[in-house]
Design a binder for this molecule. Structure first.
Ligand code: E4P
Length: 219
């Protein structure tokens, strides 16, 4: 499963880039708006931080013709960019055209298995179902991941399942069990996933026992 960072925070991306764990970044207008930098420059810098990574960048235009033109411009910023387009019927034709142009698309704001199937038919690279936003309205966001996985496998689509809007370790757990091809994690969630109190306690205990030997060199 690929691990993406769900942020546009350059510093955090740089810190995690060196771990070898990160396969890319998913930005969105909210993430970019938080940073005090030109979004275009920031996106280019993020691409440089992860030269092998897949970097998703979302369109901000509304009119389909403008979305199409903007998507081409975004894609031209760097070869590793995937263009994020919301899963809305106004953009179905745009998405189809872009796929035919060879632009890699990550369809965002996917909430149902039917929406996911429509996007798979259009041949996009990723569909991003939003788990946390389902939970926000008291539904079980994790279930959608399992349903979409089953649908993709049943019809043998090439589209990959990218679990998004993951707000907790439990969400990441569900994404793994559902067999998501990729998961995008906010930095705080990634930190929580990486840490375990029993790991820390075990390290401290091994170290304390080792110190009792009082040897200077090993081996
Ligand atoms: C990823 O592509 C999305 O932009 C992101 O996961 C949304 O997460 P949120 O619902 O926590 O804002």
């Amino acid at each position: 499963m690929k691990i993406f960072l769900d942020t546009a925070d350059k510093l955090a991306i740089a810190q995690w880039a060196v771990t070898g764990l990160i396969d890319g970044v998913t930005t969105n207008p909210t993430h970019l708006a938080k940073e005090k930098k030109s979004p275009k420059e920031l996106v280019q810098e993020i691409c440089t931080l992860l030269p092998q990574g897949e970097i998703s960048v979302e369109v901000t235009e509304k009119e389909p013709d403008k979305v199409y033109a903007q998507a081409l411009k975004i894609a031209a910023l760097h070869q590793n960019i995937l263009v994020k387009i919301p899963c809305h019927k106004d953009y179905y034709g745009v998405i189809e055209k872009l796929v035919n142009d060879g632009i890699k698309i990550n369809v965002t704001l996917v909430f149902t298995v039917v929406q996911a199937l429509f996007m798979c038919k259009l041949g996009v690279v990723y569909i991003s179902p939003f788990v946390g936003r389902w939970d926000d309205i008291d539904a079980h966001g994790g279930d959608v991941l399992f349903e979409i996985r089953e649908m993709i496998d049943q019809y043998n689509f090439d589209t990959q399942l990218l679990a998004a809007s993951l707000r907790s370790v439990q969400h990441v757990h569900q994404a793994i069990l559902a067999g998501a091809d990729a998961a995008t994690l906010p930095i705080a969630v990634l930190e929580q996933c990486a840490a375990h109190v029993l790991t820390d306690r075990g390290i401290a205990q091994f170290d304390a026992d080792w110190q009792k030997l009082d040897i200077k060199q090993f081996p």
